[in-house]
Design a binder for this molecule. Sequence first.
Ligand SMILES: N[C@@H](CCC(=O)N[C@@H](CS)C(=O)NCC(=O)O)C(=O)O
Length: 241
Amino acid sequence: MITLYGWGPMFDCPSPSPYVMKSEIQLQMLGVSFDRALADLDAVSKHKAPYLRDGDLLIQDSNFIRSHFEKKLGKSLDAGLSDAQRAAGWALERMAEGHLADVMVMERWLKDENFFKGPAHFFDGVPAGMREDVMKQAREGVAATKHGQGIGRHSEAERLDLGARDIEAIARQLADRDYLFGDEPAAADASVSGVLISSATEFFDTPLKDLIRNHANLVAYMDRIRAKYFARNLWPSFEMA
Ligand SMILES: N[C@@H](CCC(=O)N[C@@H](CS)C(=O)NCC(=O)O)C(=O)O
């Protein structure tokens, strides 16, 4: 039995996590049948979702979930791509996850109006007397991590300027194609679209969404991905108060 652990629809996105969206898309692309269950981060050593159980095997991280099934099934999500396209796909994926997603996380977690309508609800289960402290610590943790990475040392305008360049690069690569490299999706489409959908959701108040929505090809791309992979929600519900 194969179970993907994560979270389903939240914040007007198929998942609050771009990485859960990525694994969900990649498993569907590979034709894997799987169940979906709510993540329990305390149950796994990396304390992150997505993670997946394939029988007795626990696989943590969307990248390793992908490679596990590519090996097991003898398939590549990048079959049909040239070497240069594979290289570009990996680079775009790393840019989306390792840079644009940081800008998105800072918009969600560090702006009060976004945090209290969104991520704050992850803490609804914490006893009321401790909740405020736990949330404060979590937000301070996000701020410290981003400061350590360097992105948190920029002003919001500078971060958004850098994010806009990522978005521009994705829009240029996509051009008038259906997917990043042609008529069929490849591995990077799962990653890049998850980060775009997360960044462009109308749920949060952030200039990021217009930076993305100003590109008509990106809007059509996000709609295409949602229709193909997220037409039906198969996740158990995560109650937000
Ligand atoms: N590199 C990981 C990133 C996963 C990740 O950052 N997941 C976030 C949710 S978007 C998480 O579980 N965060 C919980 C935490 O940091 O405590 C992957 O690709 O799976």
